[in-house]
Design a protein around this ligand. Sequence first.
Ligand code: S3P
Length: 176
Amino acid sequence: MSLVLSGQNLVLIGFMGSGKSSVGRELAKRWSFRFVDTDSIIRRRYELSIPDLFSKYGEPFFREAEYQTLVRLQGTQRAIIATGGGIVIQPRNIPLLKDLGRVVWLCASQDAILRRIGKSTHRPMLNQADPEESISRLLSERIPLYQQLADLQIETSGLTHADVADRIIKGLESFS
Ligand code: S3P
C-alpha cells in the first residue's frame, strides 16, 4: 500500500541546507498531509529563535528539547516531519525517528551545502571562525549516521524542491 493510503508519516533527515523544510512543505501540499518541523516546534515551545535558544541555554538544552519533541510526536499520522540536521547525533533519537515512519535522507555535496548555507547567520552550529571547516567536520561525523538510518537516500544537488519531491515519490514506489 502506498504511504499516502496507509497514512504513515514521512520523516526527512539531512544536513543543514538540504531543503528538508521546503521539500517537506511541497510533499505535504501534494498529499494533503500535515507539515511538522521539529525546529519550529522547539521555537514555539520556548518562544525563542534557535540561535537565541543556543546562546541563552546552550546546545545540550536544545538537544534535550529535540529529543522531547520526538517523544511527543510519537503516534502522529499523515504528517511530513522535517527534522534539524543534528537530530541523528543522539542515539536515543534513532528508534523514535524509525517509529515515526519511513525515513528519507536528503543529501547534497559539500560544495552545494557550502553554497547554500556557508554565509548563513541563523545557524548556531556554523557560527565559528571557519564555517567551511565546521561543515566539513560535521558532515564527516553525520554522513554515516544519516546513511544508517535512511530507508531512502535522495541526492539533491542542482535540483529544485519540486524535483526532489518527485524523486522521493518515485523512490517510495519501491516500498509499496
Ligand atoms: C542544527 C541544524 C538546524 C537546527 C539547529 C542545529 C544542526 O536545523 O536544528 O541549528 O546541528 O545541524 P536545519 O538542519 O533545519 O538547519
